[in-house]
Design a protein around this ligand. Structure first.
Ligand SMILES: Nc1ncnc2c1ncn2[C@@H]1O[C@H](COP(=O)(O)OP(=O)(O)OP(=O)(O)O)[C@@H](O)[C@H]1O
Ligand SMILES: [Mg+2]
Length: 295
């Protein structure tokens, strides 16, 4: 398996040689940057002050409790949402300031793999991966064919090109979605819970692919995940999000040794800790009507 992945990564790197060389000179330039970002859904403040950055070549994990705003962060990068204050930059551009048409163009730089980002069920694996190339480029069909086969080779599924999504296992479907997400050679890859629902072997495969594709593309990858063991094995840096901001951050080594209570709660997978299990609510007894009639 490892041999396959390593060979795959070399092949991808070969096809992207120019970009690879360029990005190795630019390793320290942030591809994604949040500066004092605030975001609310209506009255509901989700992010109060978020500052973080992800450089070319880096894979970064974002961890945090359910509802802490992790998916919201990804939507701000994709420009589906706009910050109320502060700046969200992708490759040096202020995403919030772009017009709809500019945003549409810039999204070519972004690859997204969402947990429920399903494949088109009535298209073959090949046509699923070809979809963004046909939709977003003017390339001739012969070149699209080569690119699709290269992307499928990179995720180890060239042999499945003619299958329909219903004929794939969950892990294979996730890999096809990954091939589709990298079809346009994105500069930034966003993953929302990429490991959820996978068996341990598929999970490790997806983890290795995230790392190797990032390195081959010279991209920046952001992985929103609850899966501590898998993500610490592949990422360069971790941001912990809670209470509207980044409350802890560090390398996987620093995270493993951290005594920060939020971080400990995450690493140990404890239900009880600084992250509350219950969303704030009124008194339970009153909600159940148990106090009615009490004098
Ligand atoms: N479209 C929306 N309109 C209003 N509120 C929303 C909307 N989407 C999300 N929220 C709220 O924003 C908060 C953050 O949501 P978000 O999806 O970013 O959380 P998350 O960290 O990704 O959680 P999870 O780990 O459960 O996926 C939640 O309290 C949620 O209820
Ligand atoms: Mg989410």
């Amino acid at each position: 398996m490892h041999g396959v992945l390593r060979r795959t990564s070399r092949e991808v790197a070969k096809t992207l040689k120019c970009r690879f060389v360029l990005t190795s000179l630019n390793m320290a330039i942030p591809l994604v940057r949040f500066e004092g970002v605030r975001f609310a859904y209506g009255e509901n403040d989700i992010l109060r002050d978020v500052t973080l950055s992800v450089a070319a070549g880096q894979v970064v994990a974002i961890m945090g409790g359910s509802g802490s705003g992790k998916t919201t962060l990804l939507r701000l990068i994709g420009g589906q949402l706009k910050a109320n204050a502060g700046r969200v930059e992708v490759d040096g551009e202020d995403i919030g300031a772009l017009s709809e048409s500019a945003l549409y163009e810039r999204r070519k730089k972004l690859g997204m793999l969402f947990q429920f980002g399903a494949l088109f069920t009535d298209l073959s694996v090949f046509d699923n991966v070809a979809f963004p190339l046909r939709e977003r480029t003017q390339l001739p069909e012969s070149m699209i064919r080569d690119l699709v086969l290269m992307k499928l080779q990179a995720v180890g599924l060239r042999g499945a090109a003619q299958l329909m999504p219903a004929e794939l296992s969950g892990g294979m479907a996730r890999r096809v979605a990954l091939a589709r997400a990298i079809a346009l050679d994105p500069r930034v890859m966003l993953y929302d819970e990429p490991f959820t629902g996978l068996d341990p072997i598929s999970l490790t495969t997806i983890g290795s692919l995230i790392r190797e594709l990032n390195d081959a593309l010279g991209a920046a990858s952001i992985v929103v995940t609850h899966d501590v063991a898998e993500s610490l094995a592949i990422v360069d840096y971790v941001y912990f999000v809670a209470e509207g901001g980044v409350i802890a951050e560090g390398t996987p080594e620093a995270v493993r040794e951290s005594s920060h209570p939020f971080v400990r709660q995450f690493i140990a997978g404890q239900k009880d800790g600084p992250l509350p299990f219950h969303k704030p609510a009124g008194a339970y007894a009153a909600d159940l009507g148990l106090e009615v009639g009490r004098e």
